[in-house]
Design a protein around this ligand. Sequence first.
Ligand code: PAF
Length: 288
Amino acid sequence: MKILSKLSEIKVLRSSLSGPVGFVPTMGYLHEGHLSMVDAARKICREVFVSIYVNPTQFAPTEDLSRYPRDFERDCQLLESRGVDYIFFPSDADMYPDGFQTYVSVQELSRGLCGQSRPDHFRGVATVVLKLFSIVKPDIAFFGQKDAQQCAVIRRMVMDLNLDVEIRIAPIVRDHDGLALSSRNQYLSTEERRAALVLPRTLQALRERILQKQVSTQKAVQDWFMQEIGTESCIRPDYISVVHPLTLKEMGSWKPGDGEILVAAALWVGKTRLIDNQLIDLGNPGSS
Ligand code: PAF
């Protein structure tokens, strides 16, 4: 496994590689969610790149950029053990040199859900992902379903800008207690972690009720969520919404045959913001 940090090194290397080249962009502090994407890439790609870069432009000044967890040594060991070929570990100076002023904004998809409380977040994500794609030139790039809005934004950007890369989405990986894996879970105290379980529990309960046709309106989902979240004193809700997974348009109601719907939610546990979602298949018209 080679670690590359200079853009010039990647350029020379990339021109010597034949594909398919798989790419997993990350901000490091890796967990089994990231590693499941690495495994998926390893299965189908000849060369596997992982980037480790905590991208400053996707954090607001009030957010956790400076305390975002980092452990480069451990990340390298994990990636080596999963058979990664190349780690790209760029510096801020290389990614955002003096005078940098070009951003990509996937406009409508960036506004709702997490975009309401993180207005510039997806502009930062789309910009850095486009830059990483231009540098690594992957044939296939892997993203995690936990960041469902990020997946929709990246897919749209790839379509709108005619990028020659296939996007694959890996399922959410959960801890033994149901909490979706996230580098931010390590901020939680023992008590906060217990309280945080209300998020996967409520989403799982909603999934079952939606599939059993007991809940079929946005309002019923919102009411259920607020009632469940209200039982935990250190939790503040951010949002819950049922949307179309690709357009992220909010759905007032749904019925069997409506295809896939996404129930996405975010909440605060103390100072930590967590997100999670359930992608639910209601089948296609005519299917029983
Ligand atoms: O999902 C992440 O870890 C980040 O948003 C990404 C895609 C690596 C861009 O910084």
